[in-house]
Design a protein around this ligand. Structure first.
Ligand code: OOG
Ligand code: NI
Length: 462
């Protein structure tokens, strides 16, 4: 029996491909974005043969333009707890806690993603998953009504729940079950044009916060965007209008640099879509704005020290200028961002020696002597005995996520909430602790160094 199980990485790949097909079908503009990304990636690879060779060596060339993440928003603790089990079937685990209340969005979030290098290499697909915080909505009557609507919905099919249980019981799924599981799971992430509430209730939810309406008014947590990887995010941002799609005002995250750090993201603005609201007798037509397409470009993961520097420089930039949703100060914002970030070291050597980024160490092949084994990593790199390659950031950035949320919730002024991170509440809902992201990178770095040293030890002895 067990030898027929196909492994979580394979299930995840079936899932991410099926989601892509479904979403292109649901949101045609997303298909246009994918085409543009492919075009820009091809042109970038043609212009940079060394980068092409590097990606080929990593085995990444074939799926360069495939989706790297998507996002959903859930309504209840029970939904989040079951979603954790659903993602575990695909080898995706909750990493990081993101409090978005600071940015005027009444949710807190995690990202379900693969953990191990090998799994990330096989398919890095992640899902940024937010849980609505009704506790941040002031109107108590509305809060109760919303909670009652959410309590009455079931976002998972019976077939999906049965296959999650089977996977948990036998430690995996075989090919046929995996295909059935993906088909059942898609039902949860599909768009439902029929709302779960009346138009009147939708409007009240919407007035409390657009996001509340997006979560409460529908039958399920429709996937609200997918995100392929681009090799040149500035080019895609520039070219979107030529393809008839409207980009958000600015690229989120750090500016363009010689050594990319963390994560840069941009999206096209969410589309207005027809919705049928519940009415006595007949349906009442209306509209809702939620779904969009995004692109991402990832760089090096930063240590807590590097992350603190990033946070400080971003805050410094935004204290002077914050991007306006209409794009009118976009160029001035990007110029200021570059100016302020000029103090962030931008070469691998300095980033490593100052402890700002995480690195993966490996022997260069240059023979080491017995005395070398006692030297620290920096000395071994300086001596040409070890090489240090940056570790890619696999997670998200709260300020960027808030920017993505805001630009896709309509461009009204951001609502203010008191910042009330509540990780305990989130973890109680999840039914598990979220994994510490810095710890993952630190462990990966330490493990690579231990392996590299062991290898040097063997060559010295030999
Ligand atoms: C999630 C927004 C966050 C990202 O890439 O930072 C996100 C949402 O809009 O639900 O996906
Ligand atoms: Ni996203």
């Amino acid at each position: 029996m067990t030898e027929t199980l196909i492994g979580a990485d394979a299930v995840r790949t079936l899932f991410s491909r099926a989601m892509s097909v479904m979403y292109r079908d649901e949101v045609p503009a997303y298909g246009t974005l994918l085409e543009l990304v492919r075009q820009v990636n091809d042109a970038t690879l043609a212009a940079h043969p060394a980068e092409r060779a590097r990606l080929e060596a990593l085995g990444e060339l074939g799926r360069i333009s495939e989706e790297r993440h998507g996002a959903i928003r859930l309504g209840t603790a029970a939904e989040l707890a079951t979603m954790r089990r659903l993602f575990a079937v695909m080898g995706m685990y909750p990493v990081g806690y993101y409090d978005l209340s600071v940015a005027g969005v009444p949710v807190h979030s995690t990202a379900f993603r693969p953990l191990e290098d090998e799994a990330l290499r096989a398919n890095p697909f992640r899902v940024f998953t937010s849980l609505l915080r009704l506790d941040l909505i002031e109107d108590e009557a509305l809060r109760d009504e919303a909670a009652a609507v959410l309590a009455g919905r079931q976002i998972f099919t019976p077939g999906c729940l049965a296959l999650i249980e089977r996977c948990e019981a036998q430690g995996g799924l075989d090919q046929a079950d995996a295909e059935a599981f993906v088909a059942e799971a898609l039902e949860t992430f599909r768009w439902h044009a029929e709302a779960n509430v009346s138009h009147a209730l939708y409007r009240r939810l919407h007035d409390a916060h657009r996001l509340v309406a997006d979560v409460v008014a529908f039958k399920g947590p429709h996937i609200n965007h997918l995100t392929p990887r681009t090799l040149d995010i500035d080019a895609v941002q520039r070219m979107m209008p030529e393809k008839g799609i409207a980009p958000k005002a600015v690229v989120e995250g750090p500016p363009s640099r010689a050594v990319p750090i963390l994560l840069r993201q941009t999206s096209f603005k969410a589309l207005e879509e027809p919705v049928d609201f519940i009415a006595d007798g007949t349906n009442e037509p209306g509209r809702h704005t939620a779904r969009f397409g995004e692109i991402e470009q990832r760089g090096m993961a930063l240590t807590p020290k590097g992350q603190a520097l990033y946070d400080r420089l971003l805050a410094e930039t935004r204290a002077v200028i914050t991007p306006k949703p209409d794009g009118s100060n976009a160029a001035a914002y990007m110029a200021k961002l570059e100016e302020v970030f000029a103090t962030f070291p931008d070469d691998l050597d300095t980033l490593r020696r100052e402890g700002l980024g995480y690195f993966r160490y490996s022997p260069t092949g240059k023979p080491a002597r017995a005395v070398d084994l006692a030297r620290d990593a920096d000395a071994l790199v300086a001596a040409g005995i070890l090489r240090a390659d940056p570790i890619v950031y696999e997670d998200f950035l709260p300020v960027s996520a808030a920017g993505i949320f805001q630009s896709n919730l309509g461009d009204d002024a951001a609502q203010a909430f008191v910042a009330t991170p509540n990780r305990d509440l989130f973890e109680t809902a999840l039914g598990a602790r979220v994994i510490d992201l810095h710890q993952r990178y630190a462990e990966a770095e330490a493990a690579s160094l231990a392996r590299a040293r062991a290898e040097l030890g063997r060559t010295v002895a030999a």
